[in-house]
Design a protein around this ligand. Structure first.
Ligand code: ZN
Length: 457
């Protein structure tokens, strides 16, 4: 019996298969005998998640079976955590769903989800475009809000805004943003003693870093922590103890890096791992030839852009995650074998990448996109441009930059720093500024790694 997910393909009302088809051997008589199945047992409904109730569009949705959710909720309600928090289920709606009768042969989707045909037209499972203007969610609207956020824990830089829990990714973004501003006033915003305390609070004994208090650690945490520590000159041996070894364990048999040891190689994680080991001056821990072969094969032959993982589609953001790894590899290879290196080009097709980005990834009204058909967003705009800058500028050691600009000369961007991905003078000025300040030092009560570590590492 074949199982497949069928969806409308768009305005022309054709249907297509989404994802893979799975064939399951089964006993035909048994299956036929249990039919017809009551629609209430098998019907699914759409659940749409919105970032704000007032928004028109959802940012993701899935089909769920209410009976299953109900049974799961009943099970969870008997668990101590749910009981201590007095979690209750509203049974009214479910009863309505269960008792409502459906005419034979009816479409449960249509009956339960009266979607206007207009709305249906724009529903695309992968669509994450917003009609609504972007609004920073208030603390109360995000899951990670913690009322007793201890601001002392670190830089209060959280994904949604003030009042949320500090997290390494926005800390990295905020430190970079402040360094881009390149002025004393911006540098002084960063409280280095608190930032250092925050980094140590996320450090694990095995050398990895959690993204935020209580989370699992992964290679992004390492890169974000090392990047901000180096830029703001709060780097120390204690902070980076065991880290290089942990990162090297994330390199997979394919050659790229996964998020944690034994995970699939992925472009974003690969840049994080490679940049971390370069920062740590432990490039020798990398199997560089295997990494180079994996990276070079991620540039797609037809489109010219990069894919994030083996057998995936091209995506402009990997122009930086994969493309941006080549300058780092060049540096490592040049150290070990300077005579055999091409000193005019990176080891990927710079022209093909620029053509993909310029011709296929520009939204008509500005902004850059993942691939044709996708909506524009800040993330892809940032990393497509960063990759474009890498493809345009070959850094030739002491001689400076050789440029290769596809199209009009106005297409040329400023060179981006291969580790921090901000413009080079900003990175240099920030490092100089913070280098002149004294190392904040650790408070005496601070531990060298998170004490909650022993059980899960
Ligand atoms: Zn992407």
């Amino acid at each position: 019996m074949p199982f497949m997910q069928i969806q409308e393909l768009g305005r022309d009302r054709q249907y297509g298969i989404k994802g893979s088809v799975t064939n399951v051997p089964n006993d035909l008589h048994k299956s036929v005998d249990c039919l017809p199945r009551n629609v209430n047992d098998s019907a699914t409904i759409y659940v749409k998640l919105k970032k704000r109730l007032s928004f028109k569009s959802h940012f993701m949705y899935q089909c769920v079976n209410p009976n299953r959710v109900y049974n799961a909720a009943l099970y969870l309600m008997n668990k101590p955590l749910y009981q201590s928090q007095n979690v209750n289920i509203n049974l009214e709606w479910l009863e309505k769903f269960r008792t409502e009768s459906f005419p034979e042969g009816s479409n449960a989707f249509a009956d339960l989800n009266p979607i206007s045909s207009e709305e249906n037209d724009e529903s695309d499972i992968d669509d994450d475009d917003y009609d609504d203007p972007f609004v920073n969610p208030a603390p109360a609207e995000t899951a990670i809000n913690k009322l007793n956020t201890n601001i002392d824990a670190g830089l209060a830089l959280a994904p949604g805004g003030p009042g949320q829990e500090p997290h390494l990714a926005p800390t990295y973004a905020a430190v970079n943003a402040l360094c881009i501003l390149r002025c004393e006033e911006a540098f002084n915003v960063i409280n280095r003693p608190k930032l250092l305390r925050f980094l140590f609070s996320l450090k694990k004994r095995d050398g990895s870093f959690r993204m935020h208090e209580g989370s699992e650690s992964d290679i992004r945490g390492v890169y974000c922590a090392l990047s901000v520590a180096m830029l703001t000159s709060i780097w120390s041996q204690e902070l980076t103890m065991n880290t290089g070894h942990w990162v090297s364990r994330c390199q997979t048999y394919e050659g790229g890096f996964g998020g944690v040891p034994d995970m699939e190689a992925h472009g974003g994680y690969t840049f994080c791992g490679l940049a971390s080991l370069v920062l740590l001056k432990e490039g020798k821990l990398i199997n560089i030839h295997r990494l180079l072969r994996w990276l070079a094969n991620r540039q797609t032959r037809y489109e010219g852009g990069f894919q994030g993982r083996t057998n995936k589609l091209v995506d402009s953001c990997y122009s930086f995650w994969q493309g941006g790894s080549f300058p780092l590899i060049h540096r490592l290879l040049n150290k070990s074998d300077p005579d055999s290196m091409d000193m005019l080009n990176w080891l990927f097709d710079q022209r093909a990448l620029q053509e993909y980005l310029i011709l296929s990834c520009q939204a008509p009204h500005g902004g850059l996109i993942d691939k044709p058909g996708k909506p524009k967003d800040y993330y892809h705009t940032c990393y497509a441009l960063s990759g474009l800058s890498v493809a345009q500028h070959f850094h030739n050691g002491t001689k400076g930059y050789d440029t290769l600009v596809v199209g009009h000369e106005e297409n040329e961007l400023v060179p981006t720093h291969p580790i921090y991905n901000i413009c080079v003078p900003s990175a240099i000025q920030a490092i100089k500024h913070f280098h002149n300040l004294t190392y904040p030092g650790l408070p005496e009560d601070m531990q060298l790694w998170d004490s909650g570590d022993e059980t899960d590492s």
